[in-house]
Design a protein around this ligand. Structure first.
Ligand code: AMP
Ligand code: MG
Length: 341
């Protein structure tokens, strides 16, 4: 039986203690963060970590991110950061940011999928922070979704997939950002963005003066990659899906019209809805509000998928700011089936 705990309005101390002891005792807890929901276990307990892989159906060569409540925990788990790494941590932690650091032996091998590094993240979401503090152990937590599916951002979607499979689900309402953290690894003194997110390459450049975006952010990864997660099918609905984008509205609308089928659902801009009066149309956001689009995109994909359209057409965004992260996710949602004009 899964216990649902509601922390939407207030965090109840007794229930918080129950969550803490559940984690310490090697059980699974799903909890909200500012990015997406995480499915968490005590990161120092290899058996508990193994249960995460099983619950998600995740490939065991795809490492987990370890969530911490403070810098003491970072120092306990990893070796001394380089000055650039330290700079990045000071600038972006707590926040939607994961830094790959050299790990100490105390982190079990299955957490890091055998790598000698570990992804560390310090969430800023109050519920997440309090849960980790209370558990008083680092918490390994990948996104709460069955592998290959869109990440969980609202409680109904989480319950659909994990009711009965975890001990506790903590309801914190819809997650604010809606897409996962920015993952960065410093290689030869240069921060490499392995997965884009709310913290943009520009934000990183502003702090340390230099940044690189990994070539696989928009491209299919084959062979050896810096981040194993890049190789896998990801964020995908079950329905056929194509992403279409042009900076010019007329071209974008015309291209969508070419692809319409009898039972297409469009996910697109508020401003474009009027051009498709006879097609089912869900709004992902307004044209200049990419934060709104990132917040909505995964839950919309799940919602549309339940209606079994013969095609989902998603309008893309400009690859700048958080638009880089949105396009990285959409390209994968559509299994690299996309048109940019
Ligand atoms: P998720 O747990 O679903 O948020 O996905 C975590 C992402 O971080 C995956 O794409 C992993 O490949 C990546 N990741 C985690 N740990 C490492 C690491 N040590 N080195 C490189 N990438 C990592
Ligand atoms: Mg994930």
């Amino acid at each position: 039986m899964t216990k649902i705990i509601n922390f939407k309005e207030t965090i109840n101390q007794k229930e918080l203690e129950e969550i803490g002891s559940t984690l310490r005792n090697g059980k699974l807890v799903i909890f909200p963060t500012e990015t997406v929901y995480g499915i968490g276990a005590n990161a120092l307990d290899a058996k508990a970590v193994d249960d995460i892989f099983k619950a998600k159906g995740r490939a065991n060569d795809n490492p987990l991110i370890v969530h911490v409540a403070n810098f003491d925990m970072v120092h306990e788990l990893t070796y001394e950061p380089t000055p650039i790494e330290k700079h990045l941590m000071d600038a972006f932690m707590p926040g939607p940011f994961t830094l790959i650091l050299k790990k100490k032996k105390m982190i079990p091998d299955n957490v890091s999928a055998g790598l000698d590094t570990v992804g560390i993240r310090m969430p800023e979401n109050d519920i997440a922070r309090k849960i980790i503090e209370e558990a008083n152990v680092p918490v390994a937590a990948p996104s709460a979704n069955i592998s290959s599916r869109p990440s969980g951002t609202k409680i109904e979607d989480i319950k659909d997939e994990f009711d009965g499979k975890v001990d506790i689900i903590v309801d914190g309402g819809e997650t604010k950002i809606g897409i996962e953290s920015t993952v960065v690894k410093v290689i030869d003194g240069i921060p490499n963005v392995l997965r884009p997110g709310k913290i943009t390459p520009e934000d990183i450049k502003d702090v340390v003066g230099i940044v690189k975006i990994d070539e696989h952010v928009y491209k299919k990864a084959e062979g050896k990659v810096e981040s194993p997660g890049m190789k896998y099918r990801h964020y995908a609905p079950n329905s056929n899906c194509i992403m279409i984008y042009s900076e010019q509205d007329e071209i974008l609308i015309e291209e969508i019209k070419k692809h319409l089928t009898p039972n297409t659902i469009i996910i697109g801009y508020l401003e474009h809805q009027k051009y498709f009066p006879t097609t089912k149309f869900y709004v992902h956001g307004s044209k200049n509000n990419y934060d709104e689009i990132s917040h909505n995109i995964f839950s919309l994909l799940r919602k549309v998928d339940k209606e079994h359209p013969d095609l989902i057409i998603i309008e893309g965004v400009k690859k700048e700011g958080i638009g880089i992260a949105i396009m990285n996710r959409l390209i994968r949602s559509c299994s690299y089936h996309y048109i940019e004009k």
